[in-house]
Design a protein around this ligand. Structure first.
Ligand SMILES: [Zn+2]
Length: 433
């Protein structure tokens, strides 16, 4: 055999277990899980309070979930020493030995196991359940480790620096309880880099405001553009916290609002003309997908079908008016010039408020006028929530992997691990929370 091959049995065990300053006491492979018994190589310590040499009180095995060994779920059984101060007057009494290289004190998983599960769940978006099955342990053991290591990684101060364009976006986090009450969160995104900066609970302004306050004045001054959906609370957040930033209404939400109004109109006209909600045979119900599709994505047949369905189901041309309004809103983004765009949105918003227009068009017109400067500002900045939507899609993948989140802390850490671009090279060095 080559000279680098180790043959001493004690040394073989040490190498396979791979932990520093640890003696391998024995292994037990009689069950479905491999138990590896170890203890620390350690000289008798002094009492941390008074310095007198400690006495060994006892040694108790603590079973820690470890990485699988040769395809078998494995436990590291650490025979932890308990020490006692021999001085009866010392307030210190007894204490248990700790070694963060083996395991963080509060976790039921080894340190290397904790780092590995964090990467599996946070970077590869695998589910906690899947990892728990692989390691042969319960869900909480894995989850606790992902939170402890993951939070340290996502809260690392270098994860993001100055940001030029910040976006706020509300996201449905989870539906809870028998009535599926919706719980929302607000995500804060670097719109330029497509990086999730943070997630805060709720969709009111209070939490984003506090978050921006925590970033400090220098950081806030660096933000030149602030993108938002058409929501009052987020506008207020930016007006208060980033008074010098240019507000930009996110095109995705502007077009989405036009589509929502079109859909409202279709349902109302349907109800008024046939007297019930949409059924498969109703022309307007059959038109619902064709209506919201972008016109350039309609085939000639699709366009003819849409015209026919509107002729049959839209006697006062209300749905057709809303369809044209929606297309006009989309066309806004084909203008390259900001002044042209502002003139366009002002004209459109005014026209839609004509008393002859359907009620949904008038509502859309009022919103367009109220937000016209923020809408046209997109043409100056060309930032958008496009990256925000990309981040949203990443988070949806995380949510699918998790089957919905119950705890906000879980949700935040796992969203940021996956979409917050943490520096994974730091994982080996961080101290778990
Ligand atoms: Zn003592």
């Amino acid at each position: 055999m080559k000279s680098t091959v180790v043959q001493d049995p004690a040394r073989i065990a040490e190498i396979l277990v791979g932990l520093p300053n640890v003696d391998v006491l024995g292994v037990d492979d009689s069950g479905p899980v491999l138990d590896v018994h170890v203890e620390c190589q350690r000289a008798r310590p002094g009492c941390p309070a008074c310095g007198v040499m400690a006495h060994l009180k006892d040694q108790r095995p603590v079973s820690l979930v470890d990485l699988p060994c040769f395809g078998k779920p494995t436990r590291l059984v650490w025979h932890k020493r308990r020490w006692k101060c021999p001085d009866g007057d010392c307030p210190n009494g007894t204490w248990t030995e700790e070694d963060p290289r083996i395991a963080a004190s509060r976790l039921a998983m080894t340190d290397r196991g904790g780092r590995w599960v964090t990467e599996q769940v946070g970077r590869c978006a695998r589910s906690i359940n899947e990892i728990a099955i692989e390691l042969g342990c319960d869900w909480h053991t894995v989850n606790d480790a992902v939170i402890a290591y993951g939070e340290a990684l996502v809260d690392h101060p270098d994860r993001f620096g100055l940001v030029e364009a910040v976006g706020l976006d509300e996201v449905l986090m989870v539906r809870v309880g028998p009535f599926h009450r919706q719980e929302f969160s607000t995500q804060i995104v670097d719109v330029g880099a497509g990086q999730l900066l943070d997630v805060v609970p709720g969709r009111s302004g209070a939490q984003p405001m506090a978050w921006l306050a925590r970033q400090g004045p220098t950081w806030r001054l660096g933000v030149r553009h602030a993108t938002l959906d058409l929501s009052g609370p987020y506008r207020r957040v930016f007006n208060v916290m980033l008074p010098d930033a240019v507000l930009v209404a996110d095109p995705f939400h502007v077009v989405k609002l036009a589509n929502t109004k079109l859909d409202e109109c279709r349902r109302r006209v349907q109800n008024e003309t046939v007297g019930h909600r949409g059924r498969k045979s109703d022309p307007l119900y059959r038109a619902r997908r064709l209506l919201t599709r972008a016109t350039e994505r309609l085939s000639i047949e699709g366009r003819e079908k849409l015209t026919g369905l509107l002729r049959a189901g839209d006697p006062r041309h209300e749905v057709a008016t809303m369809w044209e309004a929606k297309e006009a809103v989309r066309e806004l983004y084909s203008h390259a010039d900001a002044d042209v765009a502002l003139a366009w949105v002002t004209q459109l918003g005014g026209d839609l408020q004509d008393p002859d227009c359907p009620i949904e068009a008038r509502s859309l017109g009022r919103t367009l006028i109220r937000w016209r400067h923020e809408i046209a500002a997109w043409h100056h900045s060309h930032v958008s929530n496009g990256p925000t939507e990309a981040v949203n899609n990443l988070i949806k993948r995380v949510k699918r992997a998790a089957f919905g989140f119950r705890s906000f802390r879980n949700y935040r850490v796992r969203s940021l691990l996956y979409a917050g671009k943490p520096d994974w090279s730091l994982l080996a060095a961080i101290t778990p929370h």
